[in-house]
Design a protein around this ligand. Structure first.
Ligand code: 1CP
Length: 343
């Protein structure tokens, strides 16, 4: 079975020969090949140089043996295209002039991805040329709450007080912002599929900072709209967030083929909540990859056991690969899942 068939069939809950695996943030600083490339160019330079972005994506697939690639880019790339000059510093993403009022929101523009981010689509084409369509490629965008978090906070945050000040105290401005972000997400994902992506994932990584009632008001309507508008593309759609255990009953109403789970809920319990009709992606704690291989194998086995051989499990981490991860442990996870789930 080709990697493409294995991955796509699992998304649609069809039987496969073994459980497909890919790892969130599988391309990055824990790889020597990535570090070598980053010595010569800045992060956003890398993202906007299609042959190098494609090379980094291909390297991750080849070094790890995963069943899918995820195009090397960032959720911050479309924010820069919309007019928010986000930079990447040693302490993470930074926006010197965070967006906290109506004027700031009004200045953001929903842009044509082909005109403003052609390099993303070009990198997708180069990846597909390399693998001749044999390895599926995932396109992605950030979710509205996560993008709004970077714009309002100006970077990573512990309390998300600036985000929540806008969401709770200025709901009209907040909805204007979320609406623009949702429209940009749809445009960006459509362009990536048209360029050749075989699946799409929305990373609403920080949506778990919301209570269930705030999720219902501020995130769910946008998730539903984004996924409804992507239905016609005919590719599997993955919805991911972290800390979503209490939000899953609502996320299960979004028309996504696959729901991503983090480790804060057991996979079988999460699957029960999102329903047997869905495929699920997850949910090994990325910290497990810092252990020795016998201990790591036990943790992989636990996730495989929780999936209990059901169709529609895509093995992944509950969140991204951590920078101190040994590459051989990432490769070991992929081999171990394939070995343990051979059918
Ligand atoms: O070289 C470097 O120092 C850059 C580190 C780095 C990398 C490797 C950043 C900056 N982004 C990326 C790549 C990236 N980002 C990918 C493609 C790689 C792959 O998956 O193989 C993807 C899908 C993302 C998505 C992304 N960026 C998310 C969603 C996924 C998640 O982990 O939650 C988020 C939240 C970001 C923001 C971001 N980009 C970079 C950093 C350091 C951060 C901040 C993370 C944080 O606030 O904790």
């Amino acid at each position: 079975m080709s990697r493409k068939t294995r991955f796509i069939d699992a998304c649609y809950r069809r039987p496969v020969d073994c459980t497909p695996v890919w790892l969130m943030r599988q391309a990055g600083r824990y790889q020597a090949s990535y570090q070598a490339i980053r010595q010569n160019m800045s992060f956003f330079e890398l993202c906007s140089t299609p042959d190098v972005a494609a090379e980094v994506t291909v390297n991750a697939v080849e070094e790890l043996g995963v069943d899918a690639g995820i195009i090397f880019s960032d959720i911050l790339v479309p924010l820069r295209a919309m007019g928010a000059p986000v930079e990447l510093t040693h302490s993470g993403p930074k926006l010197s002039d965070p967006i906290r009022d109506e004027a700031g929101v009004a200045a953001l523009e929903v842009v044509d991805p082909l005109a403003t981010m052609p390099f993303v689509m070009r990198a997708i084409e180069i990846f597909n040329d390399h693998f001749q369509g044999e390895v599926p490629l995932i396109g992605f965008a950030g979710g509205p709450i996560t993008l709004a978090a970077y714009l309002t906070e100006g970077g990573h945050s512990k309390s998300y007080a600036d985000l929540k000040r806008m969401l709770f105290a200025a709901p009209k401005t907040a909805h204007q912002l979320l609406d623009k972000l949702a429209r940009q997400v749809v445009e960006h994902l459509k362009a990536q599929v048209e360029a050749g992506c075989h699946a799409v994932q929305v990373f609403d990584s920080w949506v778990g900072v919301l209570s269930p009632s705030d999720y219902a008001e501020l995130a769910l309507p946008y998730h539903q709209r984004i996924f409804d508008e992507l239905r016609g593309l005919g590719v599997p759609r993955i919805l991911f967030g972290t800390d979503t255990a209490t939000l899953l009953p609502q996320m299960a109403t979004v028309d996504a083929e696959v729901i991503g789970l983090d480790w804060r809920i057991d996979l079988d319990e999460g699957w029960r909540i999102v329903g047997e009709r869905r495929a699920v992606q997850g949910n090994l704690d990325p910290c497990c990859l810092l252990m020795d291989q016998p201990a790591l194998e036990k943790r992989v086995q636990q996730v495989v056991d929780a999936a209990a051989g059901r169709d529609g499990h895509i093995f992944n981490l509950g969140h991204g690969v951590l920078p101190p991860t040994p590459v051989e442990n990432a490769r070991f996870v992929v081999e171990t899942v394939h070995r343990l789930t051979q059918r």
